[in-house]
Design a protein around this ligand. Structure first.
Ligand SMILES: C[S@@+](CC[C@H](N)C(=O)[O-])C[C@H]1O[C@@H](n2cnc3c(N)ncnc32)[C@H](O)[C@@H]1O
Length: 261
């Protein structure tokens, strides 16, 4: 079965609805319909999506420009939009190497757009399930050298690993394999930070769309970062992580960056 055959147009898919909320065009009628219904239940979802992408830009800028990271493993990539991880990183350090991982067939059909790389660097795309971290780790070489520091980017993806122990074990497995000086950048939806309305929206999503999603508390989110050094300003609304200028409104999405000591 090709990736085109795997695309379901009869049920809303997260990668495409996320693309819709971000103002993209890579989505179907069913995605727009369910996306609008979710927005009706949880009106700030578009702000969440935009804040999450802005967090990506600031986190990758920090990692490339200040932490000196040159390797990025972006799990749960999503559809290409402006300022994808390789564009941000290679603007600062053209030799940066990036591996993207997603399991949505429509993301695979857009892989060519993601695979463009500065000539000094390299970009690769892996069709893999985040539930199986060893498959991912086996596939990243030769694009990434796992004996050197890697920034693992997991934005809006652990919420699709419904069991918290399993999600924590996946993060730990990946961070255990890569060396000190590696980083983890992570965002995750929550019912805190004004996200109470998210409960109904997520229940609706889980009945009408795929894959199923869950929110997590600050304590559960903090568990992903155990054993790592949490960088300033710690666990915050992703809209506020090292944002410049006037304080951004909070969104119901935690964001943090941590370093493996
Ligand atoms: C909310 S989007 C986030 C995209 C991007 N990281 C961002 O922050 O803008 C989540 C992405 O995770 C992908 N995804 C969901 N479950 C996955 C899984 N089990 N394995 C790999 N990717 C998955 C979806 O296909 C989607 O592209």
């Amino acid at each position: 079965m090709t990736e085109i055959d795997r695309i379901r147009t009869d049920i809303a898919h997260n990668a495409r609805v996320w693309n819709y909320w971000l103002g993209g065009k890579d989505n179907y009628q069913i995605d727009r319909q369910v996306g609008d219904q979710v927005t009706g239940l949880f009106p700030s979802i578009r702000q969440v999506a935009r804040a999450d992408r802005a967090f990506l830009g600031r986190a990758v800028t920090y990692l490339a420009a200040e932490a000196g990271v040159r390797q990025f493993l972006d799990i749960g990539t999503g559809l290409p939009t402006v300022d994808n991880t390789h564009e941000v990183a290679q603007r600062i350090a053209p030799e940066s190497r990036i591996v993207y991982v997603d399991n949505d067939p429509i993301v695979l059909t857009h892989a060519r757009a993601l695979l463009t790389s500065a000539p000094e660097g390299r970009t690769a795309y892996i069709d893999a399930d985040a539930h199986r971290p060893d498959d991912i780790l086996r596939s990243v070489e030769p694009t990434l050298d796992l004996s050197q520091p890697v920034a693992v980017i997991m934005l809006g993806i652990l919420n699709f690993i419904l069991d918290t122990d399993k999600a924590t074990a996946i993060v730990r497995r990946i961070m255990d394999v890569i060396p000190p000086g590696s980083h983890l950048a992570v965002t995750h939806p929550t019912l805190e930070l004004g996200g109470e309305g998210n409960a109904e929206a997520m229940a609706f999503w889980n009945e009408n769309a795929t894959p199923p999603i869950t929110a997590r508390s600050r304590a559960e989110f903090a568990g992903f970062l155990d054993g790592l050094d949490l960088l300033d300003p710690g666990i915050v609304s992703c809209s506020r992580w090292r944002a410049e200028g006037d304080p951004e409104p909070e969104v119901a999405q935690f964001g943090a960056v941590a370093r493996k000591p």
